[in-house]
Design a protein around this ligand. Structure first.
Ligand code: HMG
Ligand code: MG
Length: 298
C-alpha cells in the first residue's frame, strides 16, 4: 500500500559532497544546508565524523554543524563510524547519528577497514553512547543490490545485516544501492527478504542513480509502504570507496514524482530549486536533476 506521507532524508551535504571535486568551502556547505533547511525538508544529513585521511571532504563537519542556522523541526544528522566520531558529533550538536555497515564483506573492508562482524562490534558502543545521550541512531546497509568488489549480493545477506542493526537498536535501517545497479524486480526480491526480518515501518531506502533506475526502484519500494527515502539535492554524490558510482537520486526528481502521486512531503519545490541553483553556481556545471534543469532553464 502506498504511503500517504514520505520523509525525504536529504543526504546531499554528506553523501553528495564527500566525493565532490569542486571547491565546496565550509561557507558553501553552510549556505547549502541553510537553503535546504528553508525548503521544508525535515531531515538533513549534514556531514560525517570519519577519518579525514579517508574522506578529506568531510574534515570540516564540526565547523559546518556549529555554524548552520538551525530551523526548528529539522533533524540534523551525521555519520559516525566509531565512538571517536560519535563524541565529535555530540560536541557539534547533531540531533541524530548514523552508523554504516555493509552487506558485502569486501566493501566493508574497503570502506571502513574492518569485516562486517568487526563493524558491528564497533557500532555497539556507539549505540550505547547514543542511548545515554538520547540520540536516535539510524543504520545504513550498503551494497544491497550489488557490490563493486563482489558483484551480486544475496538478498538474505542484506536481510541478515538489516536485522542485526535493527536488533542492536537502530530505529531505521536505510538500504543502500551504493552503486545504483538494481532494477525494480531486484528491489522487490531484496525487500521481500528484508521484510521477513525487519518491519517495513523501520526501513528506509537509499538509491544511487548510476544506471538511471533509482526512481523506478523507489516506485517499487513505495508499494511496500516504505515512507523514508534518501536523496541528494542536485543528484550530487557517490561513495569514495565505490568507483564509478554516481550520485543519489536527485531530491528535485523524487519530489516531483511524489507530488505527482499526491504523497505529502512538506517540501516546497520553488525553495528547493534555490538550493539546486546554488549547487550549479558552485560546481559550475548543470545539476544532475532532470526536474531542476527543466524548471530552472525551461
Ligand atoms: P582505521 O584506519 O581502521 O581506524 O579507519 P583507526 O581506528 O585505526 O584510526 C586510524 C586513524 O584515524 C587515527 O589517526 C584515528 O585517530 C583516526 P592517526 O593516529 O593515524 O592520526 N580516526 C578518526 N579521525 C576522525 N574521526 C573519526 C576517526 N576514527 C579514527 N571518527 C575508519 C577506520 C572507520 C575511521 C575509516 O575507515 C573511515 O573513516 N572510513 C570512512 C569511510 C567513509 O566515510 N565512507 C563514505 C561513507 S559510507 C557511504 O557513502 C555509503 C552510504 O552512503 C550508503 C550507500 O550508499 O550504500 C552511507
Ligand atoms: Mg550513499
Amino acid at each position: 500500500m502506498l504511503p500517504k506521507q514520505v520523509r525525504i532524508v536529504e543526504v546531499g551535504p554528506r553523501d553528495g559532497l564527500q566525493n565532490e571535486k569542486s571547491p565546496f568551502s565550509v561557507e558553501h556547505k553552510i549556505n547549502l544546508i541553510n537553503l535546504l533547511s528553508q525548503s521544508g525538508l525535515s531531515y538533513i544529513e549534514g556531514g560525517s565524523f570519519v577519518s579525514p585521511k579517508w574522506v578529506p571532504q568531510m574534515a570540516n563537519s564540526a565547523q559546518v554543524f556549529t555554524h548552520i542556522d538551525r530551523v526548528e523541526g529539522v533533524t540534523y544528522s551525521a555519520l559516525t563510524p566509531n565512538t571517536q566520531g560519535f563524541e565529535d558529533a555530540l560536541d557539534s550538536g547533531v540531533d541524530e547519528v548514523a552508523i554504516f555497515g555493509s552487506a558485502s564483506e569486501r566493501f566493508s573492508q574497503k570502506n571502513i577497514n574492518c569485516s562486517v562482524d568487526e563493524s558491528l562490534d564497533r557500532f555497539a558502543p556507539v549505540i550505547e553512547l547514543a542511548k545515554r545521550y538520547e540520540l536516535p541512531v539510524r543504520g545504513y546497509v550498503s551494497c544491497v543490490m550489488g557490490c563493486p568488489y563482489e558483484g551480486d549480493i544475496p538478498p538474505e545477506n542484506v536481510a541478515h545485516i538489516a536485522r542485526r542493526l535493527h536488533d542492536m537498536g537502530c530505529y531505521e535501517i536505510s538500504l543502500g544501492d551504493t552503486i545504483g545497479v538494481g532494477t525494480p524486480t531486484q528491489t522487490k526480491h531484496m525487500l521481500d527478504a528484508v521484510g521477513k526480518q525487519v518491519p517495513m515501518a523501520n526501513i528506509g531506502i537509499h538509491f544511487h542513480d548510476t544506471y538511471g533506475q533509482a526512481l523506478a526502484n523507489i516506485y517499487a519500494a513505495l508499494d511496500y509502504g516504505i515512507a523514508s527515502i534518501d536523496s541528494a539535492i542536485a543528484g550530487l554524490g557517490g561513495c569514495p570507496y565505490a568507483n564509478g558510482a554516481s550520485g543519489n537520486v536527485a531530491t528535485e526528481d523524487l519530489l516531483y514524482m511524489l507530488n505527482g502521486m499526491a504523497i505529502d512531503t512538506g517540501v516546497n519545490m520553488d525553495l528547493l530549486l534555490k538550493a539546486s541553483a546554488f549547487v550549479s553556481e558552485i560546481t559550475q556545471r548543470p545539476v544532475e536533476s532532470k526536474v531542476a534543469n527543466a524548471l530552472l532553464n525551461g
